[in-house]
Design a binder for this molecule. Structure first.
Ligand code: NAD
Length: 261
């Protein structure tokens, strides 16, 4: 497989799963528009390292995915700086944990804005260019929580179920245009987003992170192992290949058996 000549925009690619996907697509030759928050010097180092390691062009946009106008500007900047936008990976996401009756409305708005509305705004802006070129891949990073619920994650679960629904609509609308839309639904991946949940639990239970790690995984996943960002990157790269040309509208689980139960 080669993605040489293709351009991929990966939202939230300064960390975790997004960075794993950016590297996997760059390894196949795709030029990359990175996005996400973090220390400016560290991001610039990451941009240069990625470009040098994979021999591709790498640009960066600091767009805030909770702001529609910034998303539109990021899509335009991708097309201007890298020549096109062929692969859109909607990955940026946040978590907030509280029972419904104590869930702060402003946190609900924030999670929905980034995890759900941001996916819509980026997809809306990216489709015309993909249609013009007759080829495109939309890959939405949903979650096992796009298919089943957990307590205390009302905004996240609602947003991720919404992302799975939006993916299906995009697949139906875009059928025959050379563009596919799919959702990847990971189980636990050890990234900063999950490390915080592990640390909170260890603190709550007065235990070490190592001690709570097994129960944390085993409660949800028959296969008591974290999926890695590299494995998710490999699945995203596969979805960009010709072998995956007829996979569309699919929520693809990579979750250690989480939703099989
Ligand atoms: P992470 O915290 O490591 O990375 C999140 C990325 O999103 C970072 O680059 C961050 O800067 C960026 N981001 C956050 N808010 C942003 C905003 N407003 N604008 C632009 N960028 C923003 O988290 P992760 O675990 O790598 O999560 C990536 C995606 O995978 C999320 O959508 C998450 O819901 C999903 N996911 C994660 C897991 C897991 O176990 N880690 C499981 C299932 C799904």
């Amino acid at each position: 497989m080669s993605l040489k000549g293709k351009v991929a925009l990966v939202t939230g690619s300064t960390s975790g799963i997004g960075l794993g996907i950016a590297h996997a697509l760059a390894a196949q030759g795709a030029d990359i528009m990175m996005n996400g928050f973090g220390d400016a010097a560290a991001i610039e180092r990451l941009r240069q390292e990625t470009a040098a390691r994979f021999g591709v062009r790498v640009a960066y946009s600091g767009a805030d995915i909770s702001k529609p106008a910034e998303i539109e500007a990021m899509v335009a900047a991708t097309q201007q700086q890298l020549g096109a936008l062929d692969i859109l990976v909607n990955n940026a996401g946040i978590q907030f944990v509280a029972p419904i009756e104590a869930f702060p409305p402003e946190q609900w708005d924030r999670v929905i804005a980034i995890n759900l509305s941001g996916v819509f705004h980026a997809t809306r802006a990216a489709i015309p260019g993909m249609k013009q070129r007759g080829w495109g891949r939309i890959i939405n990073i949903a979650s096992a929580h796009g298919l089943v619920a957990s307590a205390q994650k009302v905004a996240y679960v609602a947003a991720k179920h919404g992302v799975v629904g939006m993916t299906k609509v995009a697949a139906v609308e875009l059928a025959g245009s050379g563009i596919t839309a799919n959702a990847i639904c990971p189980g636990w991946v050890l990234t900063p987003l999950v490390e915080k949940q592990l640390q909170d639990r260890a603190q709550r239970e007065g235990m070490t992170v190592e001690a709570v790690r097994h129960d944390f995984l085993a409660e949800k996943q028959p296969l008591v192992e974290f999926t890695t960002p590299e494995q998710i990157g490999a699945l995203a790269a596969f979805l960009c290949s010709d072998a995956a040309a007829t996979i569309t509208g699919a929520p693809l689980s990579i979750d250690g058996g989480w939703v099989a139960q």
